[in-house]
Design a protein around this ligand. Structure first.
Ligand SMILES: *Cc1c(COP(=O)(O)O)cnc(C)c1O
Length: 378
């Protein structure tokens, strides 16, 4: 059995790590969170506002948690400007589970859906939907190695399609929609890696979904924002836990929701409001992305694979002139406390994810290191 003194010793050692040593964290997900949010969570960890317990320990039906849940939803609605005729659901299962939930809920009496293929995440969504309906590829940039969004004029969406699915930001490939096409069927968007990075017009979408662990909060939570007209048409054999109507009727508490992730996301929403909301975040995020792309474009040593118009503000993949230098580059980055820079295992190279919680300072530090490395090795 562990003695009290041992427990205390471990605790003291943990406490000794000063906050100033936080890394420049370029992780694609789970990803950086604002230090202020983590500090508040720390302060509230043992006694949430006089309840005598952690949020982790309280019933999801308790007054304290209901207030946390409702406040988080309200703040999210304020931030994104979610119209009243949309439901907001706080669910489990990640964005990946939504790949199945979407066709199960939205097909209704149709048996086809249109998907735009812009990379790894679109491809996964397409594969899963193919189990439930006939998937029509409305457009694809596979032939150019997913370096762009296919021109809107080329999209083939049919009135018989139940919806058209896009991935607004391809986390791995670094391709992002910076505007939207006009489509005649409900638009469904996987916004896992760019939700809350800038203002959007929710009314243009039938459904938006986003796993939390990129730009919202901890893993274990996925947000679904869905127009009320798309509820209540789930296939009969849809598992209750995948049925949006079941969740919306129960306020996302049909079973135990991911309470702590919900709470922490709520703290992030408050933090975003305190920063000045999404218009302000957009200005900050645009500047961070421009800093990094400018460094890449103005060198002969680094290159970015995505065409300029469709480059992501959130995930910036880039390669070095010689892949043999990748290891050295990463070693030097680690020494400067810059973490998670290797590109996804499926593509290689580098990728810097610069979500809301990654500061301009971290981007500046990366750019300075890149210049230094180029001088030595270029
Ligand atoms: C990370 C990610 C997913 C998968 O999210 P999980 O929560 O792991 O299921 C899906 N789509 C996009 C765009 C992502 O970035």
């Amino acid at each position: 059995m562990m003695t009290t003194s041992m427990t205390q010793k471990t605790w003291t050692m943990t406490q000794m790590i000063p906050v100033t040593e936080r890394a420049h964290n370029f992780s694609a997900g789970p990803a950086a969170l604002p230090a202020e949010v983590l500090e508040q969570a720390r302060d509230e960890m043992l006694d949430y506002r006089g309840t005598g317990m952690s949020v982790i320990e309280m019933s999801h039906r308790s007054d304290a948690f209901i207030e946390i849940a409702e406040t988080a939803e309200k703040d999210l609605r304020d931030l994104l400007g979610v119209p009243a005729d949309y439901h907001v659901l706080f669910l489990q299962g990640g964005a990946t589970q939504q790949f199945a939930a979407i066709p199960l809920n939205l097909l209704g009496d149709k048996n086809s859906a249109a998907y735009v293929n812009t990379g790894v995440w679109s491809t996964k969504a397409i594969e899963e939907a193919g189990k439930y309906c006939s998937v029509r590829i409305a457009a694809s940039s596979e032939s150019t190695k997913f370096d762009r969004i296919p021109a809107y004029a080329s999209w083939q969406v049919d009135a018989g399609d139940a919806y058209v699915h896009i991935c607004s930001n391809e986390t791995i490939g670094g391709v992002q929609f910076h505007d939207l096409p006009a489509v005649s069927v409900p638009l469904v968007a996987d916004m896992s890696s760019d939700i809350l990075s800038r203002p959007i017009d929710v009314s243009r979408y039938g459904l938006i979904y986003a796993g939390a662990q990129k730009n919202i909060g901890p893993a274990g939570l996925v947000l679904v924002i869905v127009h009320k007209d798309l509820l209540g048409r789930a296939r009969k054999d849809t598992p209750s836990m995948l049925d949006y109507k079941v969740h919306s009727k129960a306020g996302s508490m049909s079973n135990t929701p991911p309470t702590y992730a919900w709470y922490l996301s709520g703290l992030v929403f408050k933090w975003l409001k305190a920063q000045g909301g999404l218009a302000r975040m957009a200005a900050i995020n645009r500047r961070k992305a421009e800093t990094l792309y400018h460094a890449i474009d103005s060198s002969n040593f680094y290159s970015a694979p995505v065409i300029r118009e469709n480059r992501s503000w959130m995930n910036v993949p880039f390669t070095l002139a010689d892949a043999k230098l990748d290891k050295d580059f990463l070693k030097g980055a680690e020494a400067r406390r810059m973490t998670h820079l290797p590109g996804h295992r499926s593509v290689g190279g580098m990728r810097a994810s610069i979500y809301n919680a990654v500061s301009q300072d971290s981007v500046d530090a990366l750019v300075a290191y890149m210049a230094e490395f180029e001088r030595e090795h270029g």
